[in-house]
Design a protein around this ligand. Structure first.
Ligand code: SF4
Ligand code: SF4
Length: 283
């Protein structure tokens, strides 16, 4: 993938849902935290508007749900119209009215949606997806692979348009979680499910920190969400001076948004132009 990819995550950590596998369920911030989140995002959009370097592919990876906040919807629309932004996408639970997407450049904007079965009836989620289809929005649909949700995951796959990418995140908190036959059932829904592993990464090549980086609400640049050491600040230094080839310093990489940047796995070739929104598209 040519250009730079980056993940933005501001201080916002609230969500309108209460998934029991998530620490951000129904958490609400103080107004001053929300104001700081909004200011940080507006500064980031201003930075991207002035950017004249390599094309950017941006994914919003909030702790909670960002698109219930107007400033994130406005940011996505604004970024989608920028000439140096090749793709802007966001991880989202799709729990809101979708009309605002009509203002975006839908050749650039995409959504990484996740269905949370305990929070949203399947028929409501499928109706939201049908609206995205009608509007021409690019999106993937994911779900956490809890065993008790397997029949619902299969039903979801059957009810969505066959062209919609459905992915399943492996439940990794319990070792040996899946019983015989369950991995095969999930793989029938998501052929890339076997990629969901914990990869040894210490000393191995990773594009995080070279052509990929993360930005937080203060502009702190890091190579990825899993290594705390800052590389610099987006608003205070030259990005060129922060980005360089470096081996991974963590023992393992356990999350799709991390290990997808390890060249040895070849996942850039698998996802191609759909890398940010997790759509298998090839080179
Ligand atoms: S929708 Fe996402 S952020 Fe919100 S509670 Fe569920 S897992 Fe957490
Ligand atoms: S392998 Fe994972 S933890 Fe290591 S640098 Fe890459 S994204 Fe970060």
């Amino acid at each position: 993938m040519a250009g730079l990819t980056l993940y933005y995550r501001g201080p916002l950590s609230s969500c309108n849902y209460t998934c029991d596998y998530c620490p951000f369920a129904k958490e609400w911030e103080e107004p001053e935290v929300l104001a700081a989140d909004r200011a940080g995002l507006e500064r980031f959009v201003a930075w991207a508007s002035a950017w004249d370097g390599p094309e950017l592919s941006i994914l919003f990876t909030p702790w909670g749900e960002a698109l219930v906040r107007s400033w994130y919807r406005e940011a996505l629309v604004a970024l989608s119209h920028l000439p140096r932004v090749k793709r802007v996408a966001a991880q989202t639970n799709l729990s809101y009215a979708l009309d605002w997407l009509g203002s975006a450049d839908l050749a650039t904007l995409a959504l990484w949606t996740t269905w949370h079965p305990s929070q949203c009836p399947r028929d409501r989620f499928v109706r939201q997806c049908a609206r995205l289809d009608a509007m021409g929005v690019r999106y993937s649909v994911g779900v956490v692979g809890l065993r008790e949700h397997l029949p619902a995951i299969e039903a979801l796959r059957a009810e969505l348009d066959p062209g919609v990418q459905v992915w399943v995140n492996a439940y990794k908190r319990v070792e040996g979680y899946y019983a015989a036959g369950e991995v095969e059932r999930i793989t029938a829904v998501d052929p890339r499910f076997p990629d969901n592993r914990v990869y040894p990464s210490l000393g191995r090549a990773c594009l995080a920190g070279e052509t990929h980086f993360t930005v937080d609400g203060d502009g702190t640049v890091r190579r990825c969400h899993f290594i705390d050491a800052p590389l610099g600040n987006l608003y205070e230094g030259a990005l060129d001076a922060m980005l360089a080839r470096r081996p991974c310093t963590n023992a393992v990489c356990r999350c799709h948004i991390g290990y997808v940047h390890m060249p040895e796995l070849g996942l850039y070739d698998v996802y191609g132009a759909g890398l940010m929104e997790r759509i298998v598209e090839g080179p």
